[in-house]
Design a binder for this molecule. Structure first.
Ligand SMILES: [Zn+2]
Ligand SMILES: [Zn+2]
Length: 138
């Protein structure tokens, strides 16, 4: 039996549990993922939709034709706006969870990246960039 995986949005209104095995995780550099995350790329992990349950709150959704030509449904918390799930009606057996919404994001090991033709140069952090263990003191 797989370890119970839980997660939720930033404000705590939407909470979910997943009872299956986490499947492949990946980075996505597509324009839509950049917009929906407000960041350089999306990190998502594929799961079985039948093993995923929302245990509190309700998501709001936004539907759009993705870069690949299929309809993509993006679900998010209506209170704090955190992106949580992506669904593709053409593949109803799967849900893609935003990796950062997991309570234990250390469970994720991205195995590949997709849509790299759309990647922005700043998606890749230069190893020699000045770094601070916590917030930078100004
Ligand atoms: Zn929320
Ligand atoms: Zn994407």
């Amino acid at each position: 039996m797989a370890e119970l995986v839980s997660g939720g949005c930033l404000c705590g209104y939407v909470r979910y549990v997943y009872t299956g095995e986490l499947e492949s995780a990946n980075y996505c550099h597509c324009q839509d993922c950049r917009k929906t995350t407000g960041s350089a790329f999306n990190v998502e992990v594929r799961v079985q939709s039948t093993a995923l349950s929302i245990v509190s709150g309700q998501v709001k959704s936004y539907s759009k034709i993705g870069d690949s030509g299929g309809t993509i449904i993006r679900e998010f918390c209506p209170e704090c706006g955190s992106p949580l799930f992506t669904k593709a009606p053409a593949k109803p057996q799967f849900v893609w969870i935003k990796a950062g919404s997991l309570d234990n994001p250390m469970l994720i090991k991205p195995a590949h990246q997709i849509w790299t033709d759309s990647a922005v140069p700043w998606a890749y952090i230069a190893a020699d960039l000045p770094s601070f263990r916590r917030n930078r003191q100004i």
